[in-house]
Structures are given as structure tokens and as C-alpha cells.
Design a protein around this ligand. Structure first.
Ligand SMILES: Cc1cc2nc3c(=O)[nH]c(=O)nc-3n(C[C@H](O)[C@H](O)[C@H](O)COP(=O)(O)OP(=O)(O)OC[C@H]3O[C@@H](n4cnc5c(N)ncnc54)[C@H](O)[C@@H]3O)c2cc1C
Ligand code: SF4
Length: 496
């Protein structure tokens, strides 16, 4: 009897199932009952699973069930599954095995580096910190990416000096061609009808319903990759940290979505970017900056998810941040918010279920850090809200990078930024009722006041961090510190 492969919702590309004669995909409705997802996240996942079933036609069985257990019960014979990419899915697989079902687990497939490689790197470091930069260089050499005669291509590992520029002055967009977007089809139409029906049964979603902006098939993923490499990659480096209000994608790729659905292998993306540099179509600074995101960051946070252990998200709260997410934030309803940058970011989240990196870090994460939002709750929020959000990628990014809740296991200092930095890197302050340089009074920028208040509240916890010493010295010199602290205490957890 042939073994059927159970394909999970983040394992939808050929590299996960191309070698399986028959696959089963289970759409388990109870997952949507237990968590309130962004509507576009639910749409994207269902659409992608149903597209795969349609593509594989008679070689696929698509089961709609209340739970995985009920779905599996309808499938006869032995099963196999590629190692799940989250602890919760691993738990489901373990439970099924315990029930006596024949279910074998194949090694993980969706990443460029193996767990053995990461563990060997960790062992070599001894007591030294697990620095991204060192991991990234090790992987570049080991996999021969952007390496010439044993040296980094272009003569340097890092092109930060050329990259990370502010946006062009006076511009509302980068002026690049409009990005690739999919054409919705009959499957999308049916998903929309089904989600409407689920809503009328009482299953709750939030956020705008479509249009779908991201790939759900391998062909669509390749179209998005080609479009990015041709039209945006060359500008990636200079503007990777910039934000313009009329340009939702900037020079980013949007490829986190198809990569995290497992539609396209990260190696394919890295190779396409490297070839673009070899062929002289994109400069080394941009190509290196982009490859660093995937070969460096993406692989790094994947391994950290397993390395930090199951309790990382819930045990990490180094800054004692316990504020619950207010409803206007958690449901991304910008109407109550007057601070232009935050209201703009929440509108993006509401309308698209996605923002580029700097919006997540500099606006949403920075706000949550300053206001002491609970890190575990924030992690779950990102996960159920963002169309590319999965436990393995959220944990280190939210707890470690954005909120410094692990006390420095991942980042060397908190990413706290005031209004002046936001003003430098975006065009948002021009349309705001507040002024980025003002910290007290009616025109006080909530991010600038929030920055100083954050330092005040956490000064003892941050005192031993030498990278914070200049900032804390600045705090001690503030003439209006008392007024600022009183103002921020009064603001509390209300919408700015
Ligand atoms: C608070 C916070 C939450 C985040 N949540 C997610 C998430 O849910 N899912 C997700 O995939 N990424 C997440 N990231 C990382 C990053 O913001 C997104 O991967 C990126 O914005 C996706 O857009 P893009 O595909 O256009 O990326 P690009 O800018 O085009 O970068 C290329 C690729 O690099 C990878 N990458 C870049 N930065 C990171 C990173 N820090 N960690 C892991 N991979 C990275 C992604 O796969 C991305 O597609 C988060 C970052 C922060 C600070
Ligand atoms: S002034 Fe402050 S609140 Fe307004 S957009 Fe700029 S950073 Fe945001």
C-alpha cells in the first residue's frame, strides 16, 4: 500500500510533497474557532491549500473536518508527514501517533541550513553570544553564497553605509513599477463565500476582506519573485529602513508570504538574487542586504525558535511589561488614533494583514515597547494578524528584536525610537497634529514622549547595558522630565 503524505498548511510547495504519490490536506475548522484571525490570513491559507488540492487533482484528497483528528479518521492506511514547523503542529502529530495511528515523520525541509549546522555553530561559540552577524558569515562561507575566492563578494560583509538611507525628500513613493499582484479566481470566490458563512455561524475574524495581494500557488510565487528581482531588488538596500505613506511595499519583496506557506524554497530566492548581481542587474549592496535577510535572519530566527525552547515566549518578560493590548490596537482600528504614524500603520494592518519590516519594528513594535504591552500577547497578536505570521518567526522577532523581553538573548539593546527618528525615516510626520521634536504639551509627539518615559521607567533595568549609557545620560539631563513623566502617566494606555 502506498503511503499518503499529510501536507500541512505551511508545506504547500513541491519541495514538501513533489516526491509523494498521494497527498492529503486537512482543513480543520476548529482552528478558526479558537483564535480570532485577520480575515485575509484565513483567506490566504484556505486559498493556498485548496489551490494545491486542485493542482494535484486525483493525486490529492482534500478533507474538510472539524478537527485534524476527525479529518485523519477519514483517511485509510499509513501516513507520513514532513516535520512540522511549529510546536503546536508537532504536538498534534505526536498525539496522533500516541493514538496508535501509523504516521512517520520525515526530516524538516523548508530551510537552507540544518539543525545540525546550527548546533555545531552554537557549540563552536562556547560562551560567546549567538550573534546574527557571525551566524550569517558562517552560513555564507559554508554554502558559498556571495563568496569569491573565499572572500565576501564586493570585498565587504556589510554594506550598511550605502544601505539604510532615509526616503527621497518630498516623495510619496519610490517611483518603482507597481508590484505584481494576483488575479483572484473561482477558488478565491468560494473561500470568500465559505468565510462569510463561517462568520454567520459565529466564527470571528477582523480586518478588511481582501483583495488577495500575495501568492497562493508556486506559479504565482515565481511570478512575484521575478517581478521583485526585475523591478525592486536594486533599490532594496538603500531604502530597506525607509517608509513612504503611499508605497506599501517600497523596495521589499513580499516574499515572506509564499516562503512561509512553503510554496517556494528560500534557496530559490537567494539564488535568484545572487544571479541578479552576477549578471550585473543589481548592485552588491542591495543584493547582500537582501540575502542577509534570508540566509541570515530567516534561518537564524528559525533555529532560535527551537533553540530557545518551548517556554521562551511566556517566560521572557525582562522589562516587566504587563499592559494588555487595548482593543483599538489589537483590532487595528485606527479611527481612535490621532498620531499619524500609528494610525497609518494600523490602517495598513487592517486593510492588508501585512506591513513591511520597518513598520513592524519602528512603529508597531516600538509603540508596544514604549507602552509596556505584554510580550506574549504581542507575539500572539502578530501571529494571528499578519498573513506571514507563524510561531517560529514571531517568537524571536517580537520577544527578542522588537520588545527586548528576553533581556538581550537576541538583541544587544532595546529598539526604542523617538519621533525624530521616525521623522527622518518616513514622510508621516508632515501630516501629523503632533511635532516630532516636542515632548511635553499639546503638540508633544507620543513617540518622543514615550521614548523618554520608557527610559525613565526602565532606567534601572537598562543601567548595566553600555549601549544604553548615552541615552540614559540624556534622560538625566532632561529639564522637563517631571512634567513629561506626569503627562505620560496621565496618557496611560489610551490611544494617542
Ligand atoms: C515585530 C516583528 C514581527 C515580525 N513578524 C514576522 C512574521 O510574522 N513573519 C515573517 O516572515 N517575518 C516577520 N518579521 C520579519 C520581517 O519583518 C518580515 O519577514 C518581512 O517584513 C517580510 O516582508 P518581505 O517579504 O517584503 O521582506 P524583505 O524585506 O523583502 O526581506 C526578504 C525576506 O527576508 C526574510 N526576513 C527579513 N527579516 C526577517 C526577520 N527579522 N526574521 C525572519 N525573516 C526575515 C523574510 O523571509 C523576507 O521575506 C517580523 C519582524 C518584526 C520586527
Ligand atoms: S509627530 Fe510623532 S506621532 Fe506624529 S507622525 Fe511623527 S512620530 Fe508619529
Amino acid at each position: 500500500m502506498t503511503t499518503t503524505r499529510w501536507v500541512l498548511a505551511d508545506q504547500l510547495g513541491e519541495h514538501f510533497h513533489g516526491d509523494a504519490a498521494h497527498i492529503v490536506i486537512i482543513e480543520a475548522k476548529d482552528l478558526f474557532r479558537s483564535t480570532k484571525y485577520h480575515r485575509q490570513k484565513a483567506h490566504l491559507v484556505l486559498s493556498a491549500m485548496r489551490h494545491l488540492a486542485a493542482e494535484r487533482a486525483e493525486n490529492a484528497t482534500y478533507v474538510r473536518a472539524d478537527s485534524f483528528a476527525m479529518g485523519l479518521a477519514s483517511i485509510a492506511g499509513p501516513l507520513e508527514v514532513v516535520a512540522p514547523q511549529s510546536r503546536s503542529a508537532s504536538g498534534v502529530v505526536g498525539h496522533v501517533q500516541q493514538q496508535g495511528r501509523e504516521l512517520s515523520v520525515l526530516p524538516a525541509r523548508g530551510f537552507i541550513t540544518s539543525e545540525a549546522e546550527f548546533q555545531s555553530w552554537v557549540a563552536d561559540r562556547g560562551k560567546r553570544r549567538l550573534l546574527l552577524e557571525d551566524w550569517y558569515r558562517t552560513v555564507r562561507v559554508a554554502h558559498g553564497v556571495l563568496i569569491e575566492d573565499g572572500e565576501p563578494a564586493g570585498g565587504r560583509w556589510n554594506f550598511d553605509e550605502e544601505n539604510r538611507q532615509p526616503p527621497p525628500r518630498g516623495a510619496a513613493t519610490l517611483g518603482l513599477p507597481l508590484p505584481w499582484t494576483p488575479v483572484e479566481d473561482e477558488i478565491d470566490r468560494q473561500v470568500r463565500l465559505d468565510l462569510d458563512a463561517w462568520e454567520s455561524e459565529g466564527i470571528e475574524f477582523f480586518g478588511a476582506d481582501g483583495p488577495r495581494r500575495f501568492p497562493v500557488t508556486r506559479d504565482e510565487a515565481h511570478a512575484a519573485l521575478t517581478d521583485f528581482v526585475e523591478h525592486r531588488l536594486a533599490e532594496f538596500g538603500p531604502f530597506e529602513d525607509a517608509l513612504l505613506s503611499e508605497d506599501w511595499l517600497m523596495a521589499h519583496s513580499g516574499l515572506s508570504v509564499p516562503m512561509n506557506l512553503g510554496l517556494i524554497h528560500p534557496r530559490e530566492v537567494v539564488q535568484a538574487a545572487e544571479e541578479s548581481w552576477i549578471n550585473g542587474r543589481a548592485p552588491i549592496a542591495s543584493v547582500e542586504g537582501f540575502i542577509r535577510q534570508i540566509l541570515g535572519w530567516r534561518e537564524y530566527v528559525w533555529h532560535l525558535y527551537w533553540h530557545f525552547g518551548p517556554s521562551y515566549v511566556d517566560r521572557s518578560n525582562a522589562l516587566d511589561a504587563h499592559e494588555p493590548l487595548p482593543r483599538w490596537f489589537s483590532e487595528a482600528s485606527a479611527d481612535e488614533v490621532t498620531a499619524h504614524c500609528l494610525s497609518w500603520a494600523l490602517t495598513e494592518v487592517h486593510d492588508k494583514g501585512w506591513t513591511h519590516h520597518i513598520v513592524r519594528l519602528m512603529i508597531l513594535g516600538n509603540w508596544a515597547l514604549q507602552r509596556g504591552y505584554d510580550p506574549a500577547e504581542m507575539t500572539r497578536w502578530f501571529q494571528r494578524t499578519f498573513v506571514d505570521g507563524y510561531p517560529w518567526v514571531m517568537a524571536a522577532n517580537t520577544v527578542g528584536m522588537a520588545l527586548f523581553a528576553d533581556g538581550g538573548e537576541m538583541s544587544t539593546k532595546p529598539y526604542a525610537a523617538g519621533g525624530s527618528y521616525i521623522n527622518k525615516m518616513t514622510n508621516l510626520c508632515a501630516g501629523c497634529r503632533y511635532k516630532p521634536t516636542v515632548r511635553v504639551g499639546a503638540e508633544a509627539c507620543p513617540f518622543t514622549a514615550g521614548y523618554w518615559n520608557f527610559l525613565h521607567v526602565n532606567q534601572e533595568k537598562l543601567a548595566g547595558n553600555h549601549r544604553m549609557s548615552m541615552a540614559l545620560a540624556g534622560l538625566r539631563k532632561l529639564g522637563d522630565r517631571e512634567a513629561l513623566i506626569a503627562q505620560e502617566a496621565e496618557r496611560g494606555n489610551s490611544a494617542p
